[in-house]
Design a protein. Structure first.
Length: 148
């Protein structure tokens, strides 16, 4: 009986841990994304493309990690930055010279810096989500978002 109770308690504790860690992920509102992009000095004329990109690839989820993908790579954060080329898992590396795990938190300023590098090197076409959902399509209306 004690063994069953102990197992039940452990199971409940483990379940509450997983539920709690899942609930802590932050989904940005469009205007929050605009504020973060403005803070990172993204030109206002491009912000709608960036917001569309973030909505398309991550649903504006700052902590999203997906994979494995090609060559056992994973994608991290609000821009789904790939460990294949742009960052390294477990240590700094890749073209952005960052730990991929650093992109899977609520501070997206480092994500934006790496994404700017990707966009400067390859354009928005580097993201399939942008090509499929944003290129030559109506972009989010950010006109109601306050400028800061």
């Amino acid at each position: 009986m004690r063994k069953i109770r102990f197992t039940l308690i452990l199971t409940l504790l483990a379940a509450s841990f997983f539920i709690t860690s899942h609930v802590e992920a932050k989904i940005l509102a469009e205007c929050e994304a605009v504020q973060e992009l403005t803070k990172a000095k993204i030109p206002r004329s491009l912000i709608s493309n960036w917001v569309c990109l973030m909505e398309s690839v991550s649903g504006l989820d700052t902590q999203l990690v997906t994979g494995p993908k090609t060559a056992s790579s994973y994608n991290y954060g609000i821009f789904q930055i790939s460990s294949l080329k742009w960052c390294s898992r477990g240590h700094s590396g890749g073209i952005c010279n960052k730990r991929c795990e650093d992109f899977a938190n609520d501070d997206i300023q480092d994500d934006i810096e790496c994404a700017k590098r990707i966009q400067n090197m390859e354009g928005f076409k580097a993201w399939d989500g942008w090509v499929k959902n944003c290129k030559n399509k109506p972009l989010p209306n950010i006109g109601n978002c306050k400028r800061r």
